[in-house]
Design a protein around this ligand. Structure first.
Ligand SMILES: *[C@@H]1O[C@H](CO)[C@@H](O)[C@H](O)[C@H]1NC(C)=O
Ligand SMILES: *[C@@H]1O[C@H](CO)[C@@H](O)[C@H](O)[C@H]1NC(C)=O
Ligand SMILES: *[C@@H]1O[C@H](CO)[C@@H](O)[C@H](O)[C@H]1NC(C)=O
Ligand SMILES: *[C@@H]1O[C@H](CO)[C@@H](O)[C@H](O)[C@H]1NC(C)=O
Ligand SMILES: *[C@@H]1O[C@H](CO)[C@@H](O)[C@H](O)[C@H]1NC(C)=O
Ligand SMILES: *[C@@H]1O[C@H](CO)[C@@H](O)[C@H](O)[C@H]1NC(C)=O
Ligand SMILES: *[C@@H]1O[C@H](CO)[C@@H](O)[C@H](O)[C@H]1NC(C)=O
Ligand SMILES: *[C@@H]1O[C@H](CO)[C@@H](O)[C@H](O)[C@H]1NC(C)=O
Ligand SMILES: *[C@@H]1O[C@H](CO)[C@@H](O)[C@H](O)[C@H]1NC(C)=O
Ligand SMILES: *[C@@H]1O[C@H](CO)[C@@H](O)[C@H](O)[C@H]1NC(C)=O
Ligand SMILES: [Cu+2]
Length: 561
């Protein structure tokens, strides 16, 4: 080819690429997650933990709305691993959702799996985490979904953004703790510290005043914090001394701006806030502390970090402190929950289902079953409608897709088998049934679930997480849900839309969603201890009529187990 012609061709090609870059916003993002062991020191002791790419918390996954995301996960550790993209809707791509034995076989030591999904109709902060046993304690990180190119936030653009991942740290090996607890039939040991971006912080045992996460700010500027509760078992209050926070988004859904001096975030939830650096100088304590208003032992340590004004000369400058709320501050927690609203603007409407095709009533809580080899001769279990979920050894999605019999049954009950005073002292008989049962929904059905806490051993708040969907939290109350009087209190205009909701201690929460995502979707308590005990169930959502309403075929390299 003559030289000038090839040059011309090159120019044409470059122009095409440029044109494509301008007109097609969505791209494919490639990530590689190497799951590796890594030694870490915290609280004056050292242990080996599982990490992604040697980091705790793991790497942040960035994408824009509409992007295709490819994550190759390579397992270099002697444990089975899976990764869940918590809150990513996975429309028609349930093969890549991640919960072990629900949608996939584990990635076994030495093998790998390519997760392949597109982020559709979502923007904000979510998280990824391991979804097998208790590995998510250290195998987790942020997902930041930016709006499409050229689309602004529906609030003033912040000067800078920061990811803030909250977690829990145990000095002992985590798998040993849960395995031992399951053997003995009792609650596992509580964690030794709460962490902010992986660190207990400057106020923790054996820390120096420089330890931990430091957020540098300039006076007069506004910052956006993308806060994620990646803790296993603790609801957390979040506060920064001397500053107010404006909530603008939760679980990757924009909210009406809500100004507050304290946040409550349950495990699995995310909260984006604007922080106006409106003080002149100094250092301010940022802290997280547990919320627990039931007689259940939790880690009561306060995780800390420092907000540092960069014009503050000395690192030893005055530190503004405050006292965290008491662990049982129910009123603060309810006020926060009651104050959040969907943005419900023209661009971001709240499409709340107005009618209900499937009306479900789920009692959630714990029970006690006989266990000859356990400490007390009994085992504490989790239940939904008196069923303790038994994990299958073949993933339910595979069994459903390939019609493999004997893995699950489709008789998950829509209502509890017996009526009782749910939030009273509970029935005398604490036993539960067990099984691998699913609830089947036709495509596009509108579903309402009343999540009713029970007092079978003790009432307790449960953060319930639904895979594959966002839901609207249309109602919430204390005591027993009343089909007669409770619905009149529902908000069907601008209820908060999210993927994880804390059901109040001794109360109920009403959620609604449209079953517009065919596949197999897990719903469970996001306190990992309760999930281990069996507080979980599965929805099977049928295909619709059109190809665009049909689960895609599995990948060629579908893992087997
Ligand atoms: C990802 O999945 C899509 C279908 O959803 C498919 O077209 C594409 O080829 C897949 N990408 C890779 C790298 O496997
Ligand atoms: C749990 O804590 C107790 C003491 O509080 C300790 O004796 C026990 O070894 C711990 N169990 C595990 C599995 O770490
Ligand atoms: C935290 O709990 C421990 C017992 O686990 C108790 O000794 C301690 O006083 C508690 N601390 C606070 C601040 O409540
Ligand atoms: C919260 O706990 C404190 C200390 O244990 C107790 O004095 C107080 O009565 C409790 N408050 C509520 C509302 O239960
Ligand atoms: C054993 O059961 C008794 C009462 O049934 C209870 O008080 C105790 O806490 C249980 N022990 C353990 C280790 O769970
Ligand atoms: C249910 O139990 C609660 C707590 O003991 C009690 O206040 C309430 O009156 C009971 N409700 C009914 C209908 O018995
Ligand atoms: C739960 O099921 C068990 C086992 O069948 C039964 O003994 C118990 O009464 C049931 N409890 C409730 C609250 O339905
Ligand atoms: C399920 O319940 C049956 C009957 O009570 C019991 O024999 C079995 O061990 C239970 N299975 C599991 C996995 O708990
Ligand atoms: C799903 O149901 C809603 C409400 O009835 C309806 O507006 C929508 O068109 C349905 N979508 C499909 C794909 O059937
Ligand atoms: C890993 O998963 C495979 C397939 O389900 C299973 O056979 C094996 O026992 C698991 N290994 C461990 C250590 O749990
Ligand atoms: Cu729970």
């Amino acid at each position: 080819m003559p030289r000038h012609l090839s040059q011309l061709l090159l120019v044409v090609m470059v122009n095409c690429v440029l044109l494509q870059a301008l007109s097609v916003h969505a791209i494919t993002r490639h990530y590689k997650f190497n799951v590796v062991m890594r030694k870490m020191s915290r609280l004056c002791s050292t242990k080996t933990i599982l990490t992604v790419n040697g980091k705790f918390p793991g790497p942040t996954l960035y994408a824009r709305e509409g992007d295709n995301v490819l994550v190759k996960v390579v397992n270099h550790v002697p444990h089975n691993v899976t990764i869940h993209w918590h809150g990513v809707r996975q429309i028609r791509t349930g093969w890549y959702d991640g919960p072990a034995y629900i949608t996939q076989c584990p990635i076994q030591p030495g093998s790998s799996f390519l997760y392949n999904f597109t982020i559709t109709g979502q923007r904000g902060t979510l998280l990824w985490h391991a979804h097998i046993n208790w590995l998510r304690a250290t195998v987790h990180g942020a997902i930041v979904i930016l709006p499409k190119l050229g689309v602004p936030y529906p609030f003033p653009a912040p000067h800078k953004e920061a990811v803030v991942v909250l977690g829990e740290w145990w000095k002992a090996d985590i798998e040993t703790i849960i395995n031992r607890a399951m053997q003995l039939g009792v609650g596992p040991n509580i964690s030794d510290s709460h962490t902010i971006n992986g660190h207990p912080g400057p106020m923790s045992d054996c820390a120096s005043s420089q330890d931990g996460f430091k957020l540098n700010v300039e006076s007069g500027k506004t910052y956006m914090l993308r806060i994620i509760n990646a803790a296993l078992n603790d609801d957390l209050f979040f506060k920064i001394a001397g500053h107010k926070l404006t909530v603008v988004e939760v679980d990757a859904v924009y909210t009406k701006p809500y100004k507050t001096d304290i946040l409550l975030i349950t495990p699995g939830q995310t909260t984006n806030v604007l922080l106006a650096a409106d003080q002149s100088a100094g250092r301010y304590l940022l802290s997280i502390s547990p919320f627990m208003d039931a007689p259940v032992q939790v880690d009561n340590t306060t995780g800390t970090a420092i907000l540092h004004y960069t014009n503050t000369v000395s690192a030893a400058a005055r530190l503004t402190l405050f006292k965290p709320p008491p662990q049982n501050a129910t009123l603060i927690a309810s006020k926060f929950a009651d104050s959040l609203r969907s943005l419900n603007s023209k661009e971001y409407p709240a499409n709340v289902p107005r009618t209900v095709d499937h009306s479900l009533f789920f009692t959630i809580g714990v029970g006690v079953n006989p266990c000859p080899n356990c400490i007390n001769g009994t085992r504490v279990v989790g239940t939904i409608n008196n069923l303790t979920f038994v994990m299958p050894s073949t993933p339910i999605l595979q069994a459903y897709y390939y019609n493999i019999p004997g893995v699950f049954t489709e008789d998950f009950p829509a209502t509890p088998p017996h009526k009782f005073n749910y939030t009273g002292s509970g029935p005398k008989n604490l036993r539960t049934m067990n099984g691998t049962r699913v609830y089947r929904l036709p495509y596009n059905a509108s579903v309402q679930v009343i999540l009713q806490d029970t007092g079978i051993i003790s009432t307790e708040s449960h953060p319930i997480h639904l895979h594959g969907f966002n839901f609207f939290v249309v109602g919430r109350g204390i005591g027993n849900y009343s089909p007669k009087t409770s619905p009149s209190t529902f908000n069907l205009i601008d209820p908060i839309e999210r993927n994880t909701i804390g059901v109040p201690t001794g109360g109920w929460t009403a959620i609604r969603f449209r079953a517009d995502n065919p596949g197999v979707w897990f719903m469970h308590c996001h306190f990992e201890v309760h999930t281990s005990w069996g507080l979980k169930m599965v929805f099977v959502v049928e295909n619709g009529k059109r190809p665009s309403e049909t689960l895609i075929p599995p990948p060629k390299d579908l893992l087997q187990c």
